[in-house]
Design a protein around this ligand. Sequence first.
Ligand code: SF4
Length: 927
Amino acid sequence: MNPPISMSQNIKSKSHHQLIDDESDLTAKGRISEIELDNELCKKQQALSLAYTEIYFPHKPYDVQLKYMESVVQTLDRKHNALLESPTGTGKTLSLLCASLGWLTKHRKEQQKTNNPTKLRIIYASRTHAQLKQVAQELKKTVYKPNVSVLGSRDQYCLRGDFYNIKGNLLNQNCRKVVKANQCQYFKKDVVMFMALQYKTLINSLEEAKQFGYKNKICPYYFERQRLDEADIILLPYNYLLEKDFQDYVNIDNSILIFDEAHNVQSTAEEGSSFFITQNIIIEAEKDLEKWIDELETVPIFYEQLKVKLNQAKLYNELKEYRSIVITIRTFSQYLEQLKQQPIFTLQDTNEKYQILDARQIQSLIFQYTSDEDNTFRLWNDSVLTNYAKGITRNNIARYLSHCMILIDVMSELSQFPANHFESWTKFIMNVYDLIRVEDEREKQKQSLSSLQNQFNQYKLSFMIDVANQITIYMWCLEPSLAFQRILSKNIHSVLLTSGTLSPMQSWTCELRMNFQTQFQSPHIINIQQSLIVFQHKQFDFSYQQRNNDEQFNRLGQNLLNFSYVIPNGILVIFSSYSLMFKFRSKLTSSKLLFRLNEIKHCLWEPQQTGEMQNVFELYKQHSKKGAIMFAVQRGKVAEGIDFSDELCRAVFLVGVPYPPKQDHKVSQKMEYLEKIYNDPEFNDQDRLRSQEWYCQQAIRATNQALGRVIRHVNDYGIVFLCDKRFEYTDIKKGFSEWVKTALKPWVNDDEVLKQTKAFYNRTDNNFQTPSQKIMTEEKSSQQSEVKKRNLKLFGLKCQKQLEKLKSDSQYDIEEQEKPQYLQIESKQVCETEEKQQFEQSEINFTPSQGKNKIKIQIQSNKAQVDDQIVNSALNQQKLNQILNNDNNTDQFNYFTSQKDFFSSIKQPQQQSESQRKGIIKIKQKK
Ligand code: SF4
């Protein structure tokens, strides 16, 4: 018997993030309530009236901020969409939050008056959780205290140590299993629901939710999901929002969608609609499924559960169906193995081989190569054909998926074997089915769809064989508007795209095929004449054809060396590609220039593995004060993600223009696709973008992003060196951000540029010193650092000694305290040494041990290497005060501003809720 038809109609694929799964019932059904405001803060902040809307702002806004906020308010008033460009450092995020939340506050009040039951909320999306963390910090500065939910995946939120190395589908399956069996110490449904209601505001970031989870033994993943119902603002990375199946799990109706750092939205939208599967996954999927079916046949309880799920008395025929699903997977895997031997693949530079086909062919390949009738007959040895004896067909694909989904639902919770690969296979077929359905609909309704409505036309099918001889099938989506069409099919109030680099603005309408009624570009907040120079070199040419010109690599190396003497602190050198960076590195090494450069500036290189970047960045930070260079690539973390403010970046060298590599077949397919649309009379002008325009725009956006590294706030300053004459090309130059254009200067000759550079830093940077001054300062600061280091050590030792002494003394009695109270000691800028880091990550807790009439003191460092320094002791409150006030202990606190300051800063924790009882002592550096 087949699964109930309604089930097959309602098949929903699951996001690989497994953001939300079927246990969820997450719709925007929260109550309409006013946005909470911090009334005390309201008295201190600026109340502005912008377009008849009251907006609170933490300080007197700059002109550009006022105009930016006004645009936001007007856009929302008119239910429009907006493109809002404002350079980095102009307080864009704060302005956006204040304006949108101020507007929502007004809107909610109006709604209450008119009894309008629709709850409008904000979905605030940025590129990464790291960027959302900055949004959360800005939100805390405002008077607005909305209900928040921070969406993340289990990969990011799971607290279980034993699941630490498990990711993706496997983690999702394991989590569902332990939750179902009530075996996760962090998941108690009632507690999660209770806590979510209690803590609607204040926990605003992934980190905070995790800390909260650890402290309260509550799973942050489920906690945030639970908070979704009541949320006024949902924070999430925008790739979630642009994923195909996101809206199946989170209702985005009645939302204001904000895309912050939106310059990469198009490529993320394409990725969100693309999908792939590897041969390895297919091989493992077959094994996964076989194990499950063996279990179903041998473990009666599993069999019974499946019967209940399917609402069927017998499952004999169903088991046969599952066996034949195994055969479909095996047969397809064998087809791929044979395909690898075919001489149809083209070899590319990277030693990978590829073959590109029309996307529509994916259906015929799946229909044709999942059928192996001989094997099926041999296996079952009877005359009854299973539904899938002839493989996946147009007629049975929905049922096939339904069978797979039921099995995943039941067995992922019951079985001891994971089947994450089988889930990936199911998802791949599901995605293909989604495309087929559009065609089927068309046939059913006998409609002719426009080229764009036919989704297969928006994809390319690519078979890729990697260097390990593994074959991968990609379904590339070439049309970013597809994701936005899904979004706009809902009841969306407004879509706001904002970034420091949206130029050229006109391309957004073409690419996303939507109307942006508001287009706002703000000037920079800084005084460009004083804070920035952009030198344009006229001779370098690092185009693909000119890369073998060793002479210009030497010249660039020599320039860098010369400029390193006059540029203070940190320098970023950003190449258009890794291959160019590696070439330069090898030339620099062989000419010994790297050795000389290293003597002046500590040289570091952006790693290709993103996981290693944090360590490299930490090293760079340590060295940047004295001088460091970070060599990096366009579109990488250095060029687009990390904040290099002040001395972390006093100059940027852009080497090569970051055009996308035409030899990359995905790039060439995209360009071909754009040309096809351009020549299609079905499209009107505003929907058409020439492939060459798109090609230049990619270079412009990446360049503007990299240029944005140099000025991060109103007091920042620096110089940019454009090291490629192609930056002079009109189509590139006209795309530069407006504030960059006003700072452009020609590279007259090396000596002149060097002279101007020197003058710029001498004028701008009062702390900039000649090499001899620098040595003297370094000696002095190293002496001071030694003193600080000694003091800190002394403090630690004394503290420990004191506590050891107390430990052996058991005569202290104290008044009993009802609940634990905490005092935390936190050090701030004590010194630059490792001890500082250790100490900063240490906690000193004073906790009454319940029932023992004692206060436990615990100094605990989160750093593994000092874990053995944990000191426990007990003393009474009075004695504690005596110790802290004992004049004989002078030298243990001798680097505080004064002992009195330190003692007086110790306060009894206030009688707040238990988790809030926390007093903080700040240890200040002696002036
Ligand atoms: S419920 Fe448990 S297993 Fe699941 S994500 Fe939370 S901590 Fe991890």
